[in-house]
Design a protein around this ligand. Structure first.
Ligand SMILES: Nc1ncnc2c1ncn2[C@@H]1O[C@H](COP(=O)(O)OP(=O)(O)OP(=O)(O)O)[C@@H](O)[C@H]1O
Length: 240
């Protein structure tokens, strides 16, 4: 039985998003239950980022519905998003986390405690006073995840979180994400990196030209993709 206070499952029903006179997201439907790491996979321009932004509420569907669990408070507080290029305030590492907590209405003493725990959890405690924008790309992405984690999300969206990072920093972020899933946080992330999808995904939503072409458990998707588009993508043949 589902936890009555949970915002999950998330129901995405026949969602369309128009832009530039095109259906950039074209009738996408899926249900996201609690748990696991779902990868939105697809070539450049497939609509992965748009789908994440629609789910997180940063964009409004032109058609269709995005619904949180019945009776749940679908407010943004229970889901957080981490972007491809982390947006850092021109302040210290610690102030970036404190600001996010303050914006979420977390009271002063708890704010400081949660900030301290988050910086420790993500290996940034010794950088607390440093200017966030002077961190390396990998460290900034770690801070972005720490900042999102401090909000105690039930669901975390990440848009290509490692696309700007080198292999070592990528591995670090992947390990962190696996840890978040083990903690019980539901993760949905986009990538066009097949290796990363193989390493991390429990489920794959494969998008092509704005359409959800395949929705499968990761093992099945990689062993026997059901569609010609997914087969071409896995073979390295599918471009926009
Ligand atoms: N607000 C917008 N208005 C018009 N077109 C847009 C808008 N946002 C994105 N697009 C276009 O929609 C398509 C899908 O974009 P999206 O960013 O979702 O792709 P993606 O799958 O995340 O690709 P990538 O892997 O390159 O980030 C692209 O052709 C993009 O140029």
């Amino acid at each position: 039985m589902r936890d009555r206070s949970s915002i999950l499952p998330l129901d995405v029903r026949s969602v369309v998003f128009h832009g530039d006179g095109r259906r950039l997201v074209d009738g996408v439907s899926f249900r996201l239950p609690a748990g696991g790491l779902t990868v939105l996979l697809g070539p450049n321009g497939a609509g992965k980022s748009l789908t994440l932004r629609l789910c997180h509420g940063l964009l409004t569907p032109s058609e269709g519905q995005i619904a949180w669990a019945p009776g749940a408070d679908g407010g943004t507080r229970r889901h957080a998003m981490v972007f491809q290029k982390p947006i850092m305030l021109r302040r210290s590492v610690e102030a970036n986390v404190l600001h996010a907590l303050a914006a979420a209405g977390v009271a002063g003493p708890e704010r400081r405690e949660r900030c301290r725990t988050a910086l420790e959890r993500f290996g940034l405690a010794d950088r607390a006073d440093q200017a966030a924008r002077l961190l390396s790309g990998g460290e900034q992405q770690r801070l972005a995840i720490a900042r999102a984690w401090a909000l105690r999300p039930e669901l975390l969206f990440l848009d290509e979180p490692t696309s700007q990072l080198d292999p070592a920093a990528t591995r670090q972020i992947e390990t962190l994400l696996t840890g978040l899933v083990a903690e019980g946080i539901t993760v949905m992330m986009s990538t066009h990196d097949l290796g990363q999808a193989r390493r991390l995904a429990s489920r794959v939503l494969f998008l092509h030209r704005g359409r959800l072409v395949e929705d499968a458990c990761a093992t099945d998707f990689f062993a026997a993709p059901a569609t010609s588009e997914a087969r071409a993508f896995l073979a390295g043949d599918l471009i926009w």
